[in-house]
Design a protein around this ligand. Structure first.
Ligand SMILES: NC(=O)c1ccc[n+]([C@@H]2O[C@H](COP(=O)([O-])OP(=O)(O)OC[C@H]3O[C@@H](n4cnc5c(N)ncnc54)[C@H](OP(=O)(O)O)[C@@H]3O)[C@@H](O)[C@H]2O)c1
Length: 305
């Protein structure tokens, strides 16, 4: 175990919203990484609006770390507290949601201070609005903003990339479908913050359409072959012997956005201060990712859902 004997001037990572249902799992995983001698995370702090709750989350995640990890106070309704936090870290990992309600001031503080920002948002409108609002400033300050680094939408993005790279030319993919099976002893899987984010997303679907109409159109990936038919919401997937319901997650939107960016930049986006070898690796990787239609499904083995 690495004990944090003194507070560094700049933490590698601060986790904001560490006391939340998801935040405390993020803390638990970060602490596993923190324990590795070769870990890129050498210093870590937790933050939230209620330090007692953050402390309880840390105690839950790892009692052995409860004295060595600093706990900081910040509230998304108090911008100076967010600016203070950003001035103390290289990366702010934001677990405070719903992001449409709480995310903007956090992203703004990161962009203005130049620290990097990472979140687990599954809210397309929030992601697209932040890009529209802060891209230029982020380029200026060198702040990197990355969203959707949770169950939404890492498995979908990596799955699509992995699948599409298996096709050997001239064969190319047309459609990739992802099947998710949830297992739990409980009848309801998830938490109120997540549920609230999903409900607000559906209730404000028109806002997303309005935002998209106000922005320059993204390039459409050219996918060989016919577009798949829409089909019903629930169907028996005979090929895999399961009942499936279309998953109304952010996955399809996030994958489509990546494929659009790839259409505009077939060799991927250059990194800051990229070396010639890094550039070569990036170009070799992205040129093997081929676009395909994508759809996530949730499945159940017995009977209709
Ligand atoms: N991408 C994915 O796969 C994925 C998976 C799970 C969750 N999520 C998203 O993650 C977000 C959090 O979900 P959750 O279920 O963990 O919610 P949650 O349990 O309600 O947690 C919310 C967290 O935000 C904090 N918070 C609320 N208002 C705040 C404020 N004004 N200032 C500072 N902190 C504040 C809460 O602090 P207190 O403890 O003080 O109340 C708590 O730590 C949601 O948007 C959800 O959709 C995404």
């Amino acid at each position: 175990m690495q004990a944090q004997s003194q507070i560094p001037e700049l933490f590698d990572v601060i986790i904001l919203g560490a006391s939340g249902f998801t935040g405390k799992y993020v803390v638990r995983e970060a602490l596993k990484l923190f324990n590795f001698p070769s870990s890129p995370i050498k210093s870590l702090a937790l933050a939230g609006r209620n330090p007692t709750r953050v402390k309880q989350a840390l105690q839950w995640a790892s009692p052995s770390h409860s004295l060595s990890i600093p706990i900081l106070t910040a509230d998304t309704t108090d911008p100076p507290s967010l600016h203070r936090l950003c001035s103390q870290t290289k990366l702010l990992l934001n677990c405070v949601g719903p992001y449409r309600l709480h995310g903007d001031p956090v992203a703004a503080a990161c962009v203005h201070s130049g620290c990097d920002y990472l979140d687990i948002s599954g809210e397309p409108e929030f992601m697209e609005r932040m890009e529209a609002r802060y891209h230029e400033k982020a380029v200026e300050t060198g702040s990197l903003l990355v969203s959707a680094c949770g169950f939404d939408s890492i498995p979908a993005e990596l799955g699509v990339m992995f699948n599409s790279r298996q096709w050997i030319p001239p064969a190319v993919p047309n459609q990739i479908e992802a099947y998710v099976s949830l297992e739990s002893d409980k009848r309801i899987v998830g938490n109120f913050g997540t549920y609230e984010s999903a409900v607000l997303g559906v209730a404000n679907a028109q806002e997303l359409q309005k935002l998209r109409r106000s922005r320059p159109r993204r390039a459409r990936p050219v996918i060989p072959g016919p577009a798949p038919l829409r089909g019903p919401l629930v169907e028996s997937q005979k090929r895999i012997g399961l009942w499936a319901i279309k998953l109304p997650s952010a996955d399809a939107t996030v994958v489509r956005r990546t494929l659009s960016i790839l259409t505009e930049n077939p060799h991927g986006l250059p990194g800051a201060n990229e070396s010639p070898e890094q550039r070569e690796k990036r170009e070799a990787f992205w040129s093997t990712v081929k676009p395909a239609h994508f759809g996530p499904w949730m499945v159940q083995e017995e009977g209709p859902l």
